[in-house]
Design a protein around this ligand. Structure first.
Ligand SMILES: [Cu+2]
Length: 322
């Protein structure tokens, strides 16, 4: 906790009313929000003040016990207080609908990033296949997000972009934005999706012109630039292993990886195997071949989804989990 949250930066960024305006949508949404807010404030003050004045002025007094006859209606007044509110609501509707359509219609040249929500993290897949734990984008560029969930309903929310959308398993939700200036912005999950819900944080990192391409190239190259065990740890987090395997000894759908390497694993059917490199490799490529006692054979195969050097990196990472 506290790793992404910095109170000073929150204060500096947005001030009291609203988070910082980080996207073109934020500006449009805030304008219409202000209109609705100030129209409401105006009518609240008008109606409550008139009410107070009338209550005081026409209160019951000793010399005024009976109600005096009052006019039954006043046509010009009634037309006025009908037409003006209708005009205001029509303006709010047309303006709001325009902003709504705009948020839902990505420009044709938008850069596309796939977003996957899962218990309990966000993963972002770039057109070249790179998977990252944060959403990196270039500044001033329309970005189209195609979002889905692997398990339950999650809510993708970037307050600074005024962007919030539920992410539902089995379907794709599309939304777009264009970031206004370089910086980092917080992503939350807004659906209570289980124990790790409040940890489901990520960042939008908005890069300067040219910086995004450089970042993507370097990040996609992590197998070459990182030590194997570090690369293995990244693969563990970005390829879904973390959903079923813990690295701290706690239970899960699959066996924990803590202390796995070189241990003796009892296999369904009475055999005992030593968890060496070959054993782990086989488990990843052909998970149903050796099923450890006490587990269901539910692990999907990663044949064709992990390359040889990636499997080696994962094995190196498992070796460090003593
Ligand atoms: Cu969630």
């Amino acid at each position: 906790m506290g790793r992404l949250f910095n109170w000073a930066s929150v204060q500096a960024a947005g001030g009291f009313w609203m988070p910082e305006q980080g996207s073109t949508t934020a500006v449009a949404v805030d304008h219409i929000f202000s209109l609705v807010l100030w129209v409401s404030v105006f009518f609240f003050v008008l109606i409550v003040s008139l009410m107070v004045v009338f209550v005081v002025r026409y209160r019951r007094r000793p010399d005024r016990l009976e109600a005096e006859p009052s006019p039954t209606h006043n046509t010009p007044l009634e037309i006025t207080w009908t037409v003006i509110p209708i005009a205001i609501t029509i303006v709010i509707f047309i303006w709001g609908f325009k902003v709504y359509l705009d948020v839902n219609t990505p420009p044709a040249n938008a850069y596309e990033v796939m977003v996957t929500g899962q218990k309990w993290k966000w993963l972002f897949t770039y057109p070249n296949g790179h998977v990252d734990e944060n959403l990196h984008v270039p500044v001033d560029t329309p970005i189209r997000l195609v979002m889905t969930s692997e398990d339950v309903i999650h809510g993708f929310y970037v307050p600074a972009f005024r962007l919030k959308r539920d992410v539902v398993p089995g379907r794709y939700v599309k939304v777009w934005f264009s970031a206004l200036k370089p910086g980092e912005y917080q992503i939350y999950c807004t659906q209570y999706c289980g124990t790790g819900h409040s940890d489901m944080w990520a960042k939008v990192v908005v890069h300067r012109p040219g910086g995004f391409e450089r970042w993507l190239q370097q990040a996609s190259n992590f197998m070459k630039t990182m030590p194997p065990a570090k690369a293995g740890e990244l693969l563990y987090r970005t390829r879904g292993c973390a959903q079923c395997h813990s690295v701290n000894g706690s239970g899960g759908t699959g066996p924990t990886w803590k202390g796995l390497f070189a241990s003796h694993v009892p296999i369904e059917g009475g055999r005992v195997m030593v968890a060496d490199e070959d054993y782990i490799r086989t488990c990843i490529l052909d998970p149903t071949k050796n099923v450890p006692v006490g587990f269901q054979p539910v692990m999907p195969t990663f044949k064709g989804r992990l390359k040889d050097d990636e499997i080696t990196a994962i094995i190196e990472y498992i070796k460090t989990l003593k």
